[in-house]
Design a protein around this ligand. Sequence first.
Ligand code: BGC
Length: 789
Amino acid sequence: MTGPAWEYDGYRPEEERLRESLCTLGNGYFATRGALPECTADAVHHPGTYAAGCYDRLTSDVAGRRVENEDMVNLPNWLPLRFRPAGAHWLTPDTDPVTDHHQVLHLDPGLLERRTRYALPAGGSLHVRQLRLVHLHDPHLAALRTEFTVEGDTVELEVESAIDGEVTNSGVARYRDLDGRHLTHVHTGTAASGTVWLRCRTRTSDISFELAARLTADAPVTHAGEGRRAVQRVRLRLPPGRTVTLDKTVALHTSRDPAIGDPLRAAVDRVRDAPGFDELLETHAAAWDQLWRRTALEVPGEAGSILRLHLFHLLQTLSPHTADLDVGVPARGLHGEAYRGHVFWDELFVLPYLNLHLPEVSRALLRYRHRRLDAACHAAHELGRRGARYPWQSGSDGREETQQLHLNPRSGRWLPDHSRLQHHVGSAVAYNVWQYWEATGDLDFLHGEGAEMLLQIARFWADSAGYDPHLGRYRIRGVVGPDEYHDAYPGASRPGLDDNAYTNVTAAWVLDRALELLRALPEPRRRELTEAVGLAEDEPARWEEVSRTLHVPFHDGVISQFEGYAGLAELDWDGYRKRYGDIRRLDRILEAEGDTVNRYKASKQADVLMLGYLFAPPELRSLFDRLGYPLDERTWTATVDHYLHRTSHGSTLSGLVHGWILARARRTDAWAFVQEALRGDIADLQGGTTGEGIHLGAMAGTLDLVQRGLTGLETRGGALRLDPVPLPELSSYGFAIRYHGHWGVHLRLRSGLLEIAVPASGRGPIDLRLRDLAVGVRPGETARLVLPE
Ligand code: BGC
């Protein structure tokens, strides 16, 4: 097989979880980790299959408290396929000598291949080759082809294939004190079509999962239900040198699927009617081919290979099938159990990319938020405020899912978790509503569900702001910013900080957009909305006032992360680096020392600097102007330098944002951060976290770094604006976007030249702006422009 691939050589138990995450296969509807089919869950392996948006809530006793947690459920495992020479023990790479092991993720066709040679106990060897796919065209199907070949004497091989309902959520060591047994009422059976099935349901959310499997072999297959496992067995005679093939085809349905009668019947029928492996592979690869064309990306070299892997995992989590689902952006993909499959603000790093390729998917992700608008309004109401407070962590029904306590594995202590005070997540939702509209021109959405969200988020900000007569300004108090390290003032009895600059500036932006939208709405719709949300007559005037007078603190010529930041102590960065090496999780280090990161000018990730990520310099300047704070270049540059030297990058999002900002500022230190963002998951830079799931925000962010960061692409005001900056290490690249109904608009940058090709269609020209230059590019035309120095 040719084409781009991601490869691993040799069997390394300590790396297995990382490989499982990075070799996950999925289709947006469900995904399965790249675990070896002959291995069961233990300290080395964590087979996991997750269906998008399927959660379950359980209560556990932790540190003397009853805590509730909602998890993205680990489904029954469809992978199991173990083998042994008749009468011997089941072979696994942990118990038997493996003389050769190779794992290849073929990105083009979305296929995982593994080749392993086992030395057999009685002499000779068994070569196992497997090909695995999770079907991209029919999202309910998956298949595993296994080829056995022996060297030495003829071997009678016993093979057992199963669907295993003996599965728990146990993929993250830190969560092991929490109840992870979500599956109940497990039943198994056989169907007339020579298939076995397993059905079960979740303990609280009562979602049922139905899986059916068909095993195809040149030998009689027997079926059995054994406890929580549906089993099929076959005995194969393997003469030396002859390859014998076995195909396992699996169908998955859940009780939430549309267009089915009963999900068990649907699964059994689907697997019965599924074609053979070769045909499945063909239709699967054809679906991938289309998707690759929609997301065409040409970046040479190592960066290009990593970006392609990132794109692959993004599309496996959020695929065209996502458009039909009620799901948000799970921070760790469908690739593992970290953060329990919850949805944070990470969509801020994902939707801007998707808007320009799969806008219907962006829209579905925004509709996930819209369906939970009532829950967000309820949460605001509980705080005594109007509008919508979106939860920091969101799951099934939109309530706040952030845990009450989190474990510091370094100290072994369970600590209160105040990250729910990150109300800025609402601004991320509003930003995405606006970005989606600008990229697509979808006014129906903006004036419909988009407006409902935007107005309620704006309202929450206006109601959260209290007037301070001493300052003569409005303040938002008691919040946490994107830098989660600071969640309280040192020694304070209550959590939360005042005047987080990122929160206040984005709140001002949201209020301004809400006012703009109110002005632009067709009168009948404005009336509808005003009635529906009960907008009081004086509210817009207050929004205007708050949006112009929110307080933004400054110190020593830089923007302060929050009021009081200036008084914090400086950390001995060199000392800590010397003592601990990796200090990304400085919060845990300091807590274990009996200290707290709250005392120091030390941030986990970009906070103030996020403003430079969201807004191009002219927009940022005008935002500050509107707030009555002139922001000159010197202040911004000093601000960048200040935080650059005081950030530990304890989140993968941090390297990305810093790389983006430094690249836009044409600084030579940009590449180190871009590299950090590129290597975050493949090299597991956050020390063991990738094995618990990929970092989807950072992965998508690196794609967007090429698409919008380097090109300066903006879709503001009905024009496609470009303002490329050079990044010498990444100097030639190309990609295709979908913009305002134009499909496959191809942009290529190389050697100081920008080329844009608009495929033929019946649409009007694209209004292209390259800095001060305006060009109309008609469908069927290619424009070549020399980049200004
Ligand atoms: C980061 C958050 C992020 C979350 C989920 C945390 O480590 O600090 O900004 O939303 O991970 O990715």
